[in-house]
Design a binder for this molecule. Structure first.
Ligand code: IDP
Length: 136
């Protein structure tokens, strides 16, 4: 079943010059880029994107991090794209993520873990509307 999902290459990916490396993994897997944009978000946008986390203890530094510089937001499409991308990304904590995953190969942090991928069809649809409201 073809799905669309929202992916963020977070500010650490841009800062570390890993956009090509990470994007290449999605492209070589066969996922198609439907929309893509480099942008710097403000705290309000961070709060909307991470609505489910705003009350958590780890959120204030997470908000500082995701607003700290440009990130690349994109919509990717493909068969079972949501689950496929979550698997490519690896476990949330880069220290625990399996080698071979994006986080497992390139992140040593629970917060600065390079990528975001929507975790369900409902999240994907909410996040795509939030980031790309004009996408048909
Ligand atoms: P996910 O990005 O793997 O779906 P979530 O639990 O939805 O993980 O958390 C969203 C983001 O919040 C993570 O990608 C990470 O950047 C950050 N985060 C999650 N848990 C922690 C934590 O315990 N400490 C610091 N940052 C965290």
């Amino acid at each position: 079943m073809s799905q669309r999902t929202l992916v963020l290459l977070k500010p650490d990916t841009v800062r570390r010059g890993l956009v090509g490396e990470v994007l290449g993994r999605f492209e070589s897997k066969g996922l198609r880029i439907v929309a893509m944009d480099l942008r710097t978000i403000d705290a309000e946008m961070a709060d909307q994107h991470y609505a489910e986390h705003v009350e958590k203890a780890f959120y204030p530094p997470l908000r500082d991090f995701v607003t700290s510089g440009p990130l690349v937001a994109m919509v990717l499409e493909g068969d079972e794209a949501i689950e496929v991308i979550r698997a490519l990304n690896g476990a949330t904590d880069g220290r625990k993520a399996a080698p071979g995953t994006i986080r497992g190969d390139h992140s040593l942090s629970n917060r600065e873990n390079l990528v975001h991928g929507s975790d369900s069809e409902d999240s994907a649809s909410r996040e795509i509307k939030l980031w790309f409201p004009d996408l048909p």
